[in-house]
Design a protein around this ligand. Structure first.
Ligand code: SF4
Length: 357
């Protein structure tokens, strides 16, 4: 057996035995129930474990199974997702729950390929569910796993390049344990190794089970592998908020269109320019003099830097007059928690609650 083959053959047994001894155990989603595993996998995308530990039990208490989630109103789902960000995940979760009911009679499919047909479920997520719940010999390949593979096997390529990514998938598949019963521990081990030992900065090589197999370690190339992605170009965007409060202290919110920034969430009326903001305010009977300008702040989305400038106004007209201008709802501060609201608006309203008006 050549050196490369030895390395590949050693990888899974070492990882499995390391995970049993040193990996993460006792997380609430470490079980064989596809609904719970799927929910955790979606929440964990772009979100840290510590944050998910806070949201997961609440979500599960509200929607204990896929039928409860499918039957729920989308606004309730978005409300419980509030603060987790990347709201398309919540919308897809809701759609996928309905798919499980309508296309799979309420039972999650077992194969990775069928799981991938669910809304918002990519290859890696589908593989994790199939492996954790049904012992399927399928591999995940998220950012952490890519980093481990690039280092252990000194794979030097552009992570954003499709051909290189295909190479990583092939490598990851070649490493799977032969015994399918080891799959849940193995996949958890892949996740744990990348998250807790082979970290992006300052990996803990001395306590790593792959230490003597790792080519990046042997070649002193840890800092250069994996090769850094090119920085994404970020577009600056100005947004003007019209923050209206009525005589009862309630805030006017309307549901944003499904597509675009904060799609489907509840937000104050927004404009792209000051002129448009004044026109919007006029629809509510407000002139420029009625508006109080707040301090501008920024909020970063994946490819956009938003520069948000809120303008506040007190509305004395009745709700009917406002409703005819833009469809929306007056929401009391006590009820804000039950609406799916963009994080920056939620933070802004909480901070400004007592001082704005
Ligand atoms: S030895 Fe270091 S670089 Fe190599 S896999 Fe382990 S932690 Fe990562």
């Amino acid at each position: 057996m050549n050196k490369q083959a030895v390395q590949e053959a050693e990888f899974a047994p070492r990882l499995v035995s390391w995970q049993r001894q040193h990996g993460r155990h006792g997380l609430p989603w470490q079980c064989r129930e596809p609904y719970k595993v799927w929910l955790s996998e979606i929440m964990l995308q772009q979100t840290q474990v510590s944050t998910v530990l806070d949201y997961y039990p609440r979500f599960l208490a509200a929607f204990p199974d896929v039928r409860a989630l499918a039957a729920a109103d989308e606004d309730k789902v978005l409300g419980l997702w509030q603060g987790l960000g990347y709201y398309s995940r919540a919308r897809n979760l809701h759609k996928a729950a309905r798919q499980v009911i309508s296309e799979f009679s309420g039972n999650f499919p077992h194969s990775r390929v069928e799981l991938q047909t669910l809304c918002g479920v990519g290859r890696s997520t589908a593989a994790a569910i199939a492996a954790f719940c049904f012992d399927a010999r399928e591999t995940i390949l998220d950012g952490n796993v890519k980093r481990v593979l690039c280092r252990v096997f000194a794979l030097d390529g552009d992570i954003a390049n499709k051909a290189f990514e295909d190479q990583l998938w092939r490598k990851a598949e070649a490493l799977l344990p032969l015994n399918a019963a080891d799959m849940p521990v193995y996949i958890q081990g892949l996740m744990d190794l990348g998250a807790t030992v082979c970290k992006r900065g300052k990996p803990l090589c001395c306590s790593c089970p792959m230490n003597d197999l790792c080519q990046a370690y042997a070649q002193n190339r840890i800092a250069e592998l994996p090769r850094k992605k090119k920085a994404v170009s970020v577009k600056n965007l100005s947004l003007y908020w019209l923050v209206l409060r009525n005589c009862d202290g309630a805030i006017f919110l309307h549901k944003r269109p499904a597509k675009g920034i904060w799609g489907g969430l509840w937000c104050v009326p927004c404009a792209d320019s000051l002129d448009d903001l004044y026109q919007l305010a006029a629809k509510f009977g407000c002139t420029a003099e009625d508006l109080t300008e707040s301090i501008e702040f920024t909020h970063r989305l994946t490819h956009r830097q938003l520069h948000i400038l809120p303008f506040a106004a007190q509305i004395n007209t009745g709700q009917d007059a406002v409703s005819s201008a833009i469809t929306g709802e007056w929401v009391s501060s006590d009820n804000l928690n039950t609406y799916g609201i963009p994080k920056p608006l939620y933070d802004y309203l909480n901070v400004k609650q007592s001082s704005l008006f």
